[in-house]
Design a protein around this ligand. Structure first.
Ligand SMILES: Nc1ncnc2c1ncn2[C@@H]1O[C@H](COP(=O)(O)OP(=O)(O)O)[C@@H](O)[C@H]1O
Ligand code: SF4
Ligand SMILES: [Mg+2]
Length: 327
């Protein structure tokens, strides 16, 4: 399905290592490759610390990559200069997990939303103010909210302000970094629905980061699963949930309760042994080998590559065929 679609973002062999001490590197993102197609939502899931935010920041050029390339519409973003570089900072935006920490408490909402409009010299005076009012309404707030400060809002409303700020500069691509994780469960669906509506109206492309698999299925066209800086599996959402191939994805999914008791009983619950290893000194072969119920000597020595094993279904596991049958 996605093969004939336009690639908006092409990530190849991306590494982001943090130099945390003399000659000591933390491998936050360790050689990942994937595409994001125009108009889609790519979900990115994995446990805390597996490198999701670092991927998001590196493909927005907030962090400089250690190596590898990120192309936006066919151009390497790390080589953009002058006007083109500035245009990229407008076209690619971010929505953060904690809407309170990411909004300056001393700024009026109008100036928070207007900041990008000013930086990119999009509008001034009354036209600027009208646009800010329009954006507030677009995200389900109203124009009276423009003259208030962030602390006067609820968590869900603050996230709406964060969304309006991202939209203010007419972006094409938005990294949504756990935008609902800090919100009450009752509010989460509202914010997800808002993001879906806005995507349709404005033709946006999203990278939607989440640490659990439940809400991601609903918003994403495709889902990628990360583990310790590596991408383990990538498939269309329904396919990933109904036919997971990687032992780690299977373990993550087995932890989600299924409403249908018949299906629930049939599905084996896989409890992961041990802890996630350190990204400073990750296992030399498959990163999941220490915890995988199927690991062999080969797994410990040879790192499996992410490969397309079925149409639009990528997996990084030497034994995905056996895993498909066994667990
Ligand atoms: N600025 C940084 N400096 C050093 N280490 C970092 C930095 N940012 C993240 N890390 C480390 O990189 C790894 C991935 O972090 P992150 O991308 O935030 O994971 P996630 O978003 O999946 O929770 C973690 O081990 C984290 O401690
Ligand atoms: S490569 Fe080996 S250790 Fe890694 S997930 Fe597959 S079976 Fe498990
Ligand atoms: Mg994060």
């Amino acid at each position: 399905m996605s093969n004939d679609r336009e690639v908006l973002i092409k990530v190849r062999n991306l590494k982001k290592y943090f130099n945390i001490d003399k000659n000591i590197y933390l491998k936050a993102v360790d050689d990942v490759s994937f595409n994001i197609y125009k108009g889609e939502t790519l979900g990115l899931v994995g446990e805390s610390g597996c490198g999701k935010s670092t991927i998001g920041r590196t493909i927005l050029n907030i962090y400089k990559a250690t190596s590898g390339t990120v192309e936006f519409k066919g151009k390497n973003i790390y080589e953009l200069k002058g006007k083109e570089a500035k245009e990229f900072t407008r076209k690619a935006q971010m929505i953060f997990q904690d809407p309170y920490a990411s909004l300056n408490p001393r700024m009026l909402v109008s100036n928070i939303i207007g900041e990008g409009i000013d930086i990119h010299k999009l509008l001034t005076g009354q036209a600027r103010m009208n646009r800010i009012h329009e954006l507030l309404e677009l995200v389900g707030l109203n124009k009276e909210h423009a003259n208030r400060f962030p602390h006067e809002f609820s968590g869900g409303q603050r996230q709406r302000i964060g969304i309006a700020r991202a939209l203010a500069v007419n972006p094409e691509f938005i990294v949504c970094d756990e935008p609902i994780s800090a919100l009450d469960v009752s509010i989460q669906a509202q914010v997800v629905n808002l993001l879906k509506d806005l995507q349709e109206k404005m033709g946006l492309t999203y990278l939607f980061i989440a640490h659990d698999l439940s809400m991601v299925r609903y918003i994403s066209d495709r889902v990628a699963v990360m583990y310790l800086g590596s991408m383990m599996e990538l498939a269309n959402s329904d396919e990933l949930y109904e036919n997971p191939l990687h032992p780690y994805t299977k373990a993550l999914l087995s932890a989600i309760p299924i409403p249908d008791p018949k299906v629930q009983r049939k599905r084996e619950r896989i409890v992961l042994q041990g802890d996630v290893p350190s990204p400073i000194n990750p296992p030399k072969g498959c990163k999941f080998a220490d915890r995988c119920p199927m690991a062999t000597e080969k797994c410990k020595n040879e790192r499996p590559k992410l490969e397309e094993v079925k149409e639009n279904h990528f997996v990084a596991c030497h034994y995905w065929k056996e895993a498909e049958k066994r667990i």
